[in-house]
Design a protein around this ligand. Structure first.
Ligand SMILES: Nc1ncnc2c1ncn2[C@@H]1O[C@H](COP(=O)(O)OP(=O)(O)O)[C@@H](O)[C@H]1O
Ligand SMILES: [Mg+2]
Length: 351
């Protein structure tokens, strides 16, 4: 059974907290940089703020995976991976007995899910990010075990200039530098020579799939750049490799890597009508600035929005080719509504 990796059957070592969100905490077996064989699962616990439901996330995740299986028309340019979802457990699950002993003493059974672990960027990438974007003690940052779980959040919709608050006059050494969920802004992506256009295309394909195949609004979905899936991962993960597209990213600066999506607990159903378009436009603006945006202040940002939009319309057309005209018009309506509602829903300034 897959779950054994997180239990005492597998190891007595304490599980490591690799993530924290509003919904709860995320735990995995600790691993050295080179050992992937026993590190392919994460446990997400519903121990965060009220109002979030891991059961709902599990159901959404499965709705998305089922749509993927059923889809014949998912456009396939660059690869995007969706973690395998293995299990939902409530507080009565018998698995807790052998998992709780690997968690801190005060932890109790609760709702939780088990899914495939997105493998973090290797040490050379962490070093590169530290050297390029941190003026402080790079060795300290790289050797900090909390930074081992390095996922990159590609922010095509924001530049560092657009993000800095003029009031942040703290000296650099007092600012937090974490590689955990590292926000890589458009100017940094360009500086590293990473393929921003291709990232925009894969995000457009993914959003088209989520809206029109899976029929979800993609509210608060996260995009991350991380390692590609490898053959060295255990059978549990290689049985099925959810995702679409066949071309992997192979940039010189950070080596082979893949786009992944995660975090479906805020996703809602999307209706195939004008109300759905409105909801999708709102979710587009309310998400963290992954997507390129219209009306950006930089020519690069504007060009990228056009790349994203063209690709989104093309992918949507492919997915919706068997639908009636009213439904086929929705993707175009959505792109227009996104332009029209600029500033209405944004939760933070865009660059
Ligand atoms: N499958 C996974 N593999 C690797 N890291 C993950 C995985 N799921 C979550 N994480 C990490 O944990 C963090 C919090 O998880 P997330 O699902 O976003 O929780 P929340 O719903 O509370 O925001 C993520 O931002 C990511 O860094
Ligand atoms: Mg999250």
């Amino acid at each position: 059974m897959y779950i054994t990796e997180l239990s005492t059957t597998h190891s007595q070592t304490q599980l490591q907290r690799i993530g924290q969100g509003f919904c709860g905490s995320v735990w995995a077996h600790p691993f050295p940089d080179v050992d992937f064989r026993s590190s392919a699962l994460v446990l997400k616990r519903e121990d965060g703020g009220p109002g979030r439901s891991l059961l709902r996330e599990y159901q959404m995740h499965h709705q998305i995976l089922a749509a993927l299986q059923a889809s014949k028309n998912v456009p396939a340019a660059y690869r995007v991976n969706i973690p395998v979802s293995f299990l939902f457990m409530d507080e009565t699950s018998p698995h807790w007995a052998s998992i709780l002993t690997r968690l801190p003493p005060q932890y109790t059974a609760c709702n939780a899910s088990v899914s495939e672990r997105i493998m973090p960027m290797p040490q050379n990438v962490r070093q590169l990010l530290g050297h390029r974007f941190w003026g402080g003690d790079v060795d300290q940052v790289i050797n900090d075990p909390t930074n081992e779980h390095c996922l990159i959040r590609p922010y095509l919709g924001r530049t560092r200039g657009g993000q800095q608050s003029p009031s942040d006059t703290r000296p650099r050494r007092l600012r937090v530098f974490s590689l955990r969920n590292f926000p890589l802004h458009l100017d940094q992506i360009t500086e590293l020579g990473l393929p921003a256009d291709e990232y925009a295309m894969v995000m457009a394909d993914t959003l088209a799939f989520l809206h029109w195949s899976a029929k979800v609004d993609a509210n608060d979905v996260e995009f991350v750049l991380a390692r590609c899936r490898t053959q060295t991962q255990p059978e549990a993960a290689s049985e099925s490799h959810p995702g679409f597209g066949s071309r992997e990213f192979t940039s010189g600066a950070i080596g082979p890597h893949a786009m992944w999506i995660l975090d479906f607990d805020c996703c809602g159903q999307l209706t195939m009508d004008e109300a759905g378009v409105e909801q999708a436009a709102k979710c587009f603006w309310r998400n963290d600035p992954f997507y390129p945006k219209p009306g950006s202040s930089s020519p690069d940002g504007d060009r990228l929005w056009e790349v994203f939009k063209a690709r989104f319309l093309r992918a949507s057309q492919e997915i919706l080719q068997a639908e009636d005209t009213a439904v086929q018009r929705l993707p175009g309506r959505l792109m227009n509504r996104i332009v029209e509602t600029r500033g209405a829903w944004a939760k933070s300034p865009t660059g």
